[in-house]
Design a protein around this ligand. Structure first.
Ligand code: SER
Length: 323
């Protein structure tokens, strides 16, 4: 069997950094090519390994990299998230949509083995059932990010059915990890709060105290991604994107979880435009389809995540490896 050679697009982002490390563990250091629109900081670049500068909106450059490394799989992570997308709606649409089409097209042209496309809870909207949101239900997203992810899911399904592209996707909840900071999302508060808890013992939250959102610890997100990508194709019944559940909590609850370790920590609330985005998303997710099709099960709950985050942010900042 041909050795897999993997291109990660958007590898300097919150998910990319962790996924590249996990993929290198599975496939080997030399088989994973990182790429991003910007040169990452030196320390980050060393961690990423083989690196190419790539704007996914440039199909010629994409083609060049795919040929240079004889790429067989692409993990296409580059996208503009919900909060930033609302500030630049046309650019978010262009990047999130055309970027995906460029990747799907090269998958056909180069007969790539597999493609990964991250979707999001942002595909849901105010008409979606809020609790235990089902896999199949009303989806009327209100953010340009959500609209683009929902359309992206549709394109993935289309390329699979029409051209046989083996593209797989997950609807991530808010992702929480310590290795890098997220950029421009509505769920980002749940990362920032841990940093502030350690260093200023207080946090002002841009969402109100009882805003429940689906969330997931990064190790679970990486496990889900690799489990899905390694599952036998016959098991993948959903070719739009799978619902994925980790945990569900409010700002008040994450603050209480932190207070079990840092009792003096305080939180205040000052909701901004991101409150409306959060209000349009589910409180919790039903992922029974993912459980049934490829055996999904998360390992982390809120308190286990809090402990891991606080320990590792402290170590990482002391060693200068969190950038
Ligand atoms: N974390 C993303 C955001 O908040 C949701 O997928 O935009």
């Amino acid at each position: 069997m041909q050795k897999e050679s993997i291109l990660v697009i958007g590898s300097a982002g919150q998910l990319g950094v962790e996924l590249v490390a996990a993929l290198k563990n599975v496939y080997g250091e030399t088989q994973v090519v990182s790429s991003d629109v910007r040169e990452p900081a030196k320390i980050r670049k060393e961690e990423l390994g083989i690196f190419e500068k790539l704007d996914v909106l440039n199909p010629v450059r994409l083609n060049e990299i795919v040929e240079k490394y004889q790429i067989t799989q692409i993990y296409h992570l580059a996208a503009m998230l919900s909060a930033t997308g609302e500030k630049h709606p046309k650019h978010a649409w262009q990047l999130n949509m055309q970027g995906l089409i460029n990747v799907l097209d090269i998958a056909i042209e180069k007969k790539l083995h597999k493609i990964y496309f991250p979707s999001s809870i942002a595909v849901f909207g105010p008409t979606t059932p809020k609790d235990n949101t089902p896999q199949f239900c009303s989806m009327e997203p209100t953010t340009v990010y959500g609209i683009s992810k929902q359309a992206g899911e549709g394109w993935c399904n289309y390329y699979f059915k029409r051209y046989g592209v083996d593209v797989r996707s997950l609807r991530y909840p808010g992702l929480i990890g310590y290795k890098s900071m997220p950029g421009g999302g509505t769920t980002d508060y749940a990362v920032d709060i841990y940093h502030k808890a350690l260093y200023s013992k207080t946090y002002e939250c841009f969402l109100s105290e009882n805003t429940y959102l689906p969330m997931m610890y990064m190790d679970d997100a990486i496990k889900a991604t690799l489990d899905l990508m390694h599952a036998d194709a016959s098991k993948i019944a959903v070719r739009t994107s799978y619902n994925l559940n980790g945990m569900s909590f409010s700002p008040k609850e994450i603050a209480q979880s932190i207070q079990k370790i840092i009792p003096e920590f305080t939180i205040s609330y000052n909701p901004d435009f991101r409150q409306a985005i959060a209000d349009s998303w589910p409180n919790s997710i039903d992922d029974s389809q993912a459980q049934k099709d490829w055996g999904w099960k998360p390992d982390y709950d809120l308190d286990k995540m809090t402990q891991t985050m606080l320990e590792n942010i402290k170590i990482g900042i002391e060693k200068g490896i969190i950038v």
